[in-house]
Design a protein around this ligand. Structure first.
Ligand code: ADP
Ligand code: MG
Length: 395
């Protein structure tokens, strides 16, 4: 029941075909950027924490060519018509909404002093949207990489990721941390992108044990709470830090949180407990991974999920069910650990499995989830893959 990932070459061909169909032209530049999955370290990228994501082998690909006008004309295989907007003027939000991610990135380049020439573009994707796998960061990073190609310039990768994060803040109004864009921009084959979100420094950590398979299960639900929910959690953590009187969550211990429990008040005290404990768990998980200690990893992933469910309250019954199904399969059935991944309120879970049992595990997860919810989940394996790059100019 493990679904296959469409090869990148097929997506590139689909994007070229779409560009030809929509605008009657051949691409001069094609850019790809992946979604991401996070193994552990959730909702702490905006709290000076550590996160442990990798770029998945699912991509947004954009094929484009200059059109000799001052406008961008963009179509997506997801539908939504053709988005047309002036790229020789300051950017404003508009319809269709999905094009705001591109407008935001165009604005970032304009603010660096670039003059953006008009272009036609076609977008295809194998990153499920709204599934907690960061199709939005993939879209931003693919757009930024496309503009690099069209302008024949190269941005520093960190600067590019931060420009994309700003696009998400200003044009999608999601006050996200740095994880998603960093994972999509810095991702490398067989490497996790461990990020110290205090220094903003990513470190590429080997992840190539053939005995380990990462199974991603998209619950296919996306609860509408999500946008306001994310912002309110971020606000809770800012309030908590202010009440604790600290400059950074890295200066806060679990003893500090316990001592200030009543002063923090509910739910800020529980949010604080999540942040401090998740930072500690992520450090331990990185150490466990480096010594291939999977027995230590499983309980850390379990504790992360429970903390997100009970203290941070960003899980939902479908995510809890999917994680619970994996837990019931258990270590004897080849499951090393399972948790929700990404922002929550729906979306996906990540299950670390023994490779020779991964197919069977995915089948059981699908069958039980379908039986209990009536929903057919999307379940696939993924490996750490190449981050955003120009096709034919992979770095
Ligand atoms: P996630 O990042 O977890 O996938 P978001 O809600 O942050 O979820 O981003 C999803 C949005 O990104 C979609 O609503 C759409 O606006 C945009 N998007 C994603 N994929 C595509 C695509 N292939 N074509 C056009 N827009 C897309
Ligand atoms: Mg997103």
């Amino acid at each position: 029941m493990l679904q296959l990932n469409e090869p990148l070459a097929d997506l590139v061909a689909d994007a070229a075909a779409g560009l030809h169909r929509s605008f009657g032209i051949e691409p001069s530049v094609t850019a790809a950027a992946p979604g991401r999955v996070n193994l552990i370290g959730e909702h702490i990228d905006y709290c000076d924490g550590f996160v442990l994501p990798f770029a998945i082998d699912r991509y947004i690909v954009i094929a484009a060519a200059l059109n000799g006008t001052g406008n961008a004309r963009i179509a997506s295989s997801h539908g939504g018509g053709i988005a047309t907007f002036a790229v020789d003027q300051p950017q404003v939000e508009g319809e269709p909404q999905w094009a705001n991610y591109l407008r935001g990135v165009v604005q970032g380049f304009q603010q660096r002093g670039h003059h953006i020439p008009g272009f036609d573009a076609y977008i295809v994707s194998s990153v499920p949207g709204g599934a907690g796998l960061s199709s939005s960061a993939a879209l931003e990073c693919a757009t930024a990489t496309l503009l690099e190609g069209l302008l024949d310039t190269v941005l520093d990768t960190r600067e590019k990721a931060l420009l994309c994060q700003k696009a998400e803040h200003d044009f999608a109004h999601v006050p996200c941390g740095i994880m998603d864009q960093f994972a999509s921009a810095f991702g490398k084959t067989n490497r996790l992108v461990m990020i110290d979100c205090k220094t903003g420094e990513p470190e590429l950590v080997p992840f190539e044990n053939p005995d380990l398979t990462v199974v991603i299960a998209n619950t296919t639900v996306h609860h509408q709470l999500s946008d306001g929910g994310y912002a309110s959690r971020r606000k809770n953590t800012e309030d908590g830090l202010a009440i604790l009187g600290k400059a950074s969550w890295r200066d806060v211990t679990s003893v500090d949180v316990e001592a200030a429990w009543d002063r923090l008040g509910d739910p800020v005290n529980r949010r604080a407990r999540h942040v401090v404990s998740e930072i500690a768990r992520t450090r331990l998980a990185a150490e466990a991974l480096s010594r291939n200690d999977f027995e230590a990893l499983g309980p850390l992933m379990a504790a992360s999920h429970d903390s997100l469910r009970d203290d941070f309250e960003v899980s939902c019954k479908e995510l809890d069910l999917m994680v619970d199904i994996a837990r019931r399969i258990g270590r004897s059935g080849g499951v090393i650990g399972a948790r929700m991944t990404g922002g929550g309120f729906g979306g996906s879970t990540v299950t670390l499995c023994e490779s020779d049992k991964a197919k069977e595990i995915a089948t059981v997860m699908r069958d039980r989830y379908l039986a209990e919810t009536g929903l057919d989940p999307q379940i696939f394996a993924s490996r750490p893959s190449q981050g955003a790059h120009l096709i034919g100019r992979a770095g």
